[in-house]
Design a binder for this molecule. Structure first.
Ligand code: FNR
Length: 197
């Protein structure tokens, strides 16, 4: 069976991150054709255009990791009703220098957990604007706004509630199918290929 490489970014730098726990759960529940590699964001300097002429190693590694991935998955908290600064900084690095946007045409998914009932919905809305601007196709449905409950997620990423487990497994199946659809559409010779049309 073909396999697909998924780079995932955890939008929290917290050592006790519930979103990291969610990412562990998602990897366990994902279909077997997906292979996951974390793309770390915690070692990046704050982005400045001054770096554009000569990106530092952390910026180069981030862009190379995004470009080497078949798909990108963002697993992130909501900070002050928006995208956490560390994650937005990583996205800014990946988007530059101008003309070398690593996210272009890259299939993406957005999911996040919060102790609150809104479950990162407002952060995800912000992310959709950012990723649209970056020409990154996004899984639109299902949406996944996770209210985190420590009784449901073990630190090792087991999900003890059957309904939650089934929902997250379904999300990852749909994400995998979406990644494969976008890769097919991006393939050379496809109708959307500028060399063909
Ligand atoms: C939060 N939190 C939060 N939660 C939420 O649902 N909406 C929000 O806008 C915010 N804003 C916010 C800002 C900042 C600076 C912090 C530190 C926290 C609470 C947040 O959901 C909670 O701390 C989660 O545990 C964060 O996810 P991680 O870091 O545990 O993955």
């Amino acid at each position: 069976m073909a396999s697909f490489t998924i780079g995932y970014l955890v939008g929290s730098l917290s050592s006790t991150s519930i979103n990291r726990t969610l990412s562990t759960a998602l990897i366990k529940l994902a279909p077997e054709e997906l292979d996951f590699t974390e793309i770390p964001i915690g070692n990046l300097p704050l982005y400045s255009p001054d770096y554009d002429a000569d990106f530092p190693p952390a910026g180069r590694e981030l862009k190379a990791a995004i470009e080497a991935s078949d798909g990108i998955l963002f697993v992130s908290p909501e900070y002050n009703r928006s995208i956490p600064g560390a994650l937005k900084n990583a996205i800014d690095w990946g988007s530059r220098p101008w003309g070398a946007n690593s996210f272009a045409r890259k299939p993406t998914g957005i999911i996040g957990a919060s102790p609150g009932g809104i479950g990162t919905a407002v952060m995800q809305s912000s992310m959709r604007s950012v990723l649209s601007f970056l020409d990154a196709p996004q899984l639109n449905s299902p949406e996944a706004y996770i209210q985190f409950n420590a009784d449901v997620f073990t630190p090792e990423g087991a999900v003890t509630n059957e309904g939650t487990r089934a929902f997250l497994a379904h999300y990852m199946e749909e994400y995998s199918a979406f990644v494969q659809r976008v890769l097919a559409a991006n393939a050379p010779g496809h109708i959307g290929d500028p060399d063909v049309t």
